[in-house]
Design a protein around this ligand. Structure first.
Ligand code: ZN
Length: 51
């Protein structure tokens, strides 16, 4: 199941889709999705709290 998660890329200064999003449950029970910016020329990483 392909899920597209978008987040704000600090490098692009724009909202981008996260490439290879990985979910991490933090110690406080919230879920964070992190991965690389999907923009071709961008090496930024994106992290977003989803719940
Ligand atoms: Zn970017």
């Amino acid at each position: 199941m392909a899920e597209v998660v978008t987040g704000f890329c600090m490098k692009c200064k724009q909202s981008r889709a996260i490439q290879n999003p990985a979910r991490t449950t933090m110690s406080n029970g919230r879920i964070r999705v992190s991965g690389k910016c999907s923009s071709k020329d961008c090496t930024g990483s994106i992290s977003k709290i989803v719940s």
